[in-house]
Design a protein around this ligand. Sequence first.
Ligand code: DLL
Length: 437
Amino acid sequence: MTEKKFWDEKISTASQPEISSIQLEGLKNTLKHAYKNNKYYKKVIDEAGLNPDKLKDIRDIEKLPFTSKDNLRENYPFGLFCTPLSEVIRVHSSSGTTGNPTVVGYTSEDIDIWAEVLARIMYDAGVRKEDVVQVSHGFGMFTGGFGFQYAAEKIGSMVIPISGGNTERQLKIMNDFKSTVLCCTPSYALYMSEVAEKIGVDFKKLRLKVGFFGAEPWSESMRSEIEQRLSITALDSYGLSEVIGPGVSCECLEQNGLHINEDHFLTEIIDPETGKVLPDGEKGELVFTSLTKKAFPVLRYRTKDVSYLIREKCECGKTFARMAKPMGRSDDMLIIRGVNVFPSQIEEVLMGIEDLEPHYLIVLDRENYMDTIEVWVEVSEKNFREKIMDLEAFEKTIENKLHSAIGIRIKASLKEPRTITRSEGKAQRVLDRRKSN
Ligand code: DLL
């Protein structure tokens, strides 16, 4: 028997009208369920004048107001759950820096859906029963570890739930257990490659073939760096706790946009200022509505993540719409002397420069009431050791490259190798000292 190409061929190659009709059904069911079981949503749906039974078009959703992280916090911890707590078998939570964390819940069926959407993504990118999947995302309130665990188990692969940290041990296990798939943040993958180099582990001799990297923004240049250092195909995987966790969308092997699991998640792109829905191809904020979850459905949830939608057919044969690689969050966007800058744009420039290590930190400060921006970046080991280069002149070169790509002057400050803090989970790329001054 020939092996199937897609985990679920019927849905993954459905026509756009078929997908829209599945979405309309899912939207009606979700609205009815939320209306019946949650006071907050009942009020919201009544105020919008929507009758879920009479929905004719998925675009009717535009009558509903958005849900924001603040709405979730105001209803902390379980106010937006739509099933009795006795039906909830799991909670996760996303940390956040201020106020209450956001808490999300899953029924047993919701967990099955989670496993299904992520298994589909992994299988379609070539993960099979015979694979050995090393899950180096954190297990705990973060959704990364458990999500990949369930999905890989569903495929039938052998899973190593090693979680993040203890990098030398990660590499030993990767070698001894012959891991073929790696799941972690892109910054942690790079750190692994650095430790491997230090202790003499050669990725070319390991069995890794594909990596699912996500939970933080990363540039195309960072992808090339990871692919080369880990000898792996690096795929971008996206998700957020509020919507389900990892499994919302992921790249196929074409590496050209992240296919959204559209039968479970309805996606809109809005102008973050006006809230207006933007046409396909225009850049804006991603907004998701879940179509099948029961314990914690979300209606028009504003992610603050910036991307755009691509509807053209993908070479891989899947028909689900794609979202462009997320550029970053609108609230991480730096406005420097009036210019909007995403940390990922700075990363793209730095990674394109030889003799730099892919470790950097953007430092914002205030001098004489003026904002200043500086980027700390590590010089390569070889350059540092052999002092092959005039470091001051090198800093000027970096500053010029940043200026011509981004349009503003950013001070570059070279640092010794291995002096910038590494991350085993989500990397922190910006240090904002303005608040403490
Ligand atoms: O980060 C879920 C996840 C785990 C995704 C593992 C992928 C892999 P949260 O902790 O709730 O959930 O954080 C969600 O992380 O709104 C984005 O800002 C960011 N994010 C997640 N994936 C990507 C990505 C998980 N591929 C928040 N590219 C989201 C850019 C990402 N940003």
